[in-house]
Design a protein around this ligand. Structure first.
Ligand code: PLP
Length: 393
């Protein structure tokens, strides 16, 4: 069966160049980078080269890059590590639409007696900056606001957020997992102190991530152990994956223009054609400030899960809400926070593209999606009620 993979916000294909770059580090160069002998030393040198590539991609200094195991670890380290550095401050601010890697840390902190604030978003998924300003207090230890939403692709005005946070002298973390590789980033010109990145969202393997820590930012390690990563993250380095991530960042820098031109126009083409062919469809999220690869659409009066299964039977891999919430029939916390009506939130599908997608694949989706929606609406009592209310049946 043909596979059309449009679930790149869940995970991406490992680039062939990345696989190639990693392979020698499983077989030939298997030394421990901490070893004193030449065999470990040569690996350490390559880990440092990968660090330079990641730093170059983020517009950072190599010394500001800490390798982790995933985006979740980077988020946990940024939040729990910062709070550990400011034990007298017991207030944490985030948004209501974060990934569980931040959201569930906030819940954990609430259970531990911290005061936590979740900043609201509007119907378009835009952050309420006034609420953010009002929420900042003397006891605020950290503000963590995501760069780009994994479900809707909405981009928050991170530098504006950073200005607000930094003017109160508070550290600022952003979960940049969905932004990295999709929009230009430059930490040297940014207000961000801590930035999380995950390898498997940008064509590196699952199991490697990065936490950028601005020089001078107070930091305490989350993974306590050896002296690796200058004492900022214990544990022997995952050398092949770090090498792979270095290569993936080099490629992502090269492909950024393609992502923002060709991939964006494929996404726009898909959106326009869906609107043309399927009535009662809405886009979730601010179309003026959105990742170039993401399209979250709601088909009113149908179940997203049923759409997904029928698409999957045809080899089309998309997602309903975020991969982490699919399987549950509750509308996602993101769509609920945005106030998407129940009849639309249930029928929401996320298409997320990558540089490997083609126009033929978009046409394949456009050919098969309208009959699927029609078939599901034909058996939906909500759709029948809607038609009746419109005097159409
Ligand atoms: N943050 C965001 C915005 C994400 O989309 C994800 C993964 O979907 C994560 C964090 C977690 O990253 P990882 O899967 O590498 O732990």
């Amino acid at each position: 069966m043909k596979t059309v993979y449009v679930d790149n916000n869940a995970t991406t294909r490992v680039a062939p160049e990345v696989v190639e770059a990693m392979l020698p580090y499983f077989s030939e160069f298997y030394g421990n980078p901490s070893s004193m002998h030449f065999f470990g030393g040569q690996v350490q040198k390559k880990v440092n080269e990968a660090r330079e590539r990641v730093a170059d991609f983020l517009g950072a200094e190599p010394s500001e890059i800490v390798f982790t195991s995933c985006g979740t670890e980077s988020d946990n380290t940024a939040i729990l590590g910062t709070l550990d550095s400011y034990p007298e401050k017991r207030h944490f601010i985030t948004s209501r639409v974060e990934h569980p890697a931040v959201m569930n840390v906030a819940s954990h902190l609430s259970r531990k007696g911290y005061r936590t604030t979740g900043i609201s978003v509007d119907r378009e998924g835009r952050l309420d900056l006034d609420e953010l300003k009002e929420s900042i207090a003397d006891e605020t230890a950290l503000v963590s606001i995501m760069y780009a939403n994994n479900e809707t692709g909405v981009l928050f005005p991170i530098e504006e957020v950073g200005e607000i946070v930094k003017s109160s002298g508070i550290p600022f973390h952003t979960d940049g997992v969905q932004a990295a590789g999709k929009i230009p980033l430059n930490m040297k010109k940014s207000t961000v102190d801590l930035f999380s990145l995950s390898g498997h969202k940008l064509h590196a393997p699952k199991g490697v991530g990065v936490l950028y820590v601005r020089k001078g930012t107070k930091f305490s390690p989350f993974m306590i152990g050896g002296h690796q990563e200058k004492g900022r993250r214990g544990g022997t380095e995952n050398v092949p994956y770090i090498i792979g991530l270095g290569k993936a960042c080099e490629l992502a820098k090269k492909h950024l223009e393609d992502e923002n031109t060709r991939v964006k126009s494929l996404r726009d083409y898909l959106e326009v054609k869906i609107f043309e062919k399927i009535p009662n469809t809405l886009v979730n999220g601010d179309r003026k400030s959105r990742l170039p690869n993401t399209l979250s659409v709601s088909f009113e009066y149908v179940e997203g899960e049923s759409i997904l299964l029928l698409l999957s039977d045809l080899g089309i891999c998309a997602s309903s809400g975020s991969a982490c919430t699919s399987g549950s029939l509750e509308p996602s916390h993101v769509l609920r926070a945005m106030g998407v009506p129940f009849t639309a939130a249930h029928g929401s599908i996320r298409f997320s593209l990558s540089i490997y997608n083609t126009k033929e694949e978009m046409d394949y989706i456009i050919e098969h999606l309208p009959p699927i929606i029609q078939r599901l609406r034909d058996i939906s009592p909500f759709w029948k009620d809607y038609l009746k209310s419109q005097g159409k049946r």
